[in-house]
Design a protein around this ligand. Structure first.
Ligand code: SF4
Length: 385
């Protein structure tokens, strides 16, 4: 249970979910709804109520990171953004130098919206670009164009956002290695401090999943996907964006502090429809459908759908499969300090097997994926479960 009045249960990271989108992308399985006709003002008010109710229950300490994700947070208008950001700072207060990120869609970032974000404390923008090929963007159901990307980057620079990241997706239907190389070149030419790149995963209940079931979706195949990932690692390295996680690359000092919280298996609050959180020993998730999320809050109750108290074994497993996503891997001393046990005595077989396959290296201070292991992350993580 999330206990009352125990400040040890509070967290230094906050995730806030804005589930509205102006369109639905063909690959997307996030918790989102079509924006039109949605009660956005009421949602923001209840989100703020959820933060207040939680803060009263768990106690609060100033936070290191806030991440507003979605859905599409930039579907909020300026007054909704101002209201939300003010509430976060009033309820939780941010530590000096805290990272305050907003996810954004290219095309939503007008100068005045960006200025509002900046005025209310946002200092990092993560933009879902996905590709620099207009045809591919159309094919995956995005409504922005490459021109919108360039305009948004220019607007961010005009307003003075320095800490900017873009997301890319590779192994898209019909995508060639040459096309991904071109996307990478254009992305890197923008000279941004942070890049994320993920291979397309076909999730159930998406438009792409239905097409695949009907034999109408043509993906590049495993070899091409591996080649694209190889290209990604090489190009990022060449351009001084150091890999710090399987899918993330940054200039020194620009790694996402918020996401490192997740991979370091640390606590965080999750607010909003379908959001997940981890406080004390409990992982919890909120109701996903907007109406179901809002109803309990209208009666001053938390909208928690399910929660699970983790056993020590589960916590140690999570420490491994989350921590191994980081290039620096899992620190042995930190593991010992957290759990009072030595990770090599808990996972001897998994370590031996993945080392034999050349996927893992066991150093004096840490265990970490090898470069080959990064291509096969999920196979490695499974060994630790
Ligand atoms: S990918 Fe992003 S913009 Fe597209 S539907 Fe999903 S949440 Fe909305």
């Amino acid at each position: 249970m999330i206990n009352e009045n125990q400040s040890s249960n509070s967290s230094s990271a906050i995730y806030i979910h804005i589930p509205f989108c102006e369109h639905i992308c063909y690959y997307c399985d996030f918790n989102k709804v079509f924006l039109e006709g949605q009660p956005v003002d009421e949602y923001v008010n209840l989100l703020i109520k959820e933060m207040k109710l939680t803060a009263n229950k768990t106690g609060v300490e100033p936070v290191d990171t806030v991440f507003v994700g979605g859905g599409t947070p930039t579907t909020l208008n300026e007054s909704q953004i101002a209201k939300l950001c003010t509430a976060v700072q009033e309820i939780f207060s941010l530590k000096e130098g805290a990272e305050f990120s907003f996810e954004a869609n290219p095309g939503d970032l007008s100068i005045s919206k960006l200025q509002t974000m900046k005025d209310y404390g946002v200092n990092r923008i993560s933009m879902g670009v996905q590709s620099f090929n207009n045809e591919l963007l159309k094919k995956i159901g995005r409504i922005h164009t490459v021109k919108d990307v360039y305009q948004s980057v220019e607007n961010m620079r005009t307003v003075g956002f320095e800490n900017v990241s873009i997301d890319l997706i590779f192994s898209l239907p019909g995508q060639t290695e040459a096309d991904f190389k071109d996307t990478l070149n254009q992305a890197l030419a923008l000279d941004l401090p942070h890049y994320s790149a993920y291979s397309l995963i076909i999730e159930p209940k998406t438009i792409f999943y239905n097409l695949m079931q009907k034999g109408k979706l043509f993906l590049p195949g495993q070899d091409a996907e591996a080649n694209m990932y190889d290209l990604l690692l090489n190009e990022m390295e060449k351009h001084g964006r150091k890999q710090y996680e399987i899918s993330n690359f940054a200039k020194e000092g620009f790694q996402s502090k918020h996401n490192i919280t997740y991979w370091s298996n640390e606590h965080y609050y999750g607010f909003g429809a379908g959001a997940h959180g981890y406080i004390g020993n409990t992982r919890y998730s909120n109701f996903g459908p907007i109406k179901k999320y809002m109803e309990p809050l209208q009666e001053n109750k938390l909208p928690i759908f399910q929660q699970k108290e983790l056993t020590l074994k589960e916590k140690m497993e999570e420490e491994m499969f989350l921590g191994l996503r980081k290039v620096r891997g899992v620190d042995k001393m930190a593991f010992y300090q957290k759990f009072g046990q030595d990770l090599e005595t808990i996972f001897p077989k998994a370590i031996q097997k993945t080392m034999e396959k050349g996927w893992l290296e066991n150093n004096r201070e840490n265990v970490a994926l090898t470069r080959n292991g990064r291509f096969l992350g999920n196979n490695v993580f499974q060994e630790f479960l």
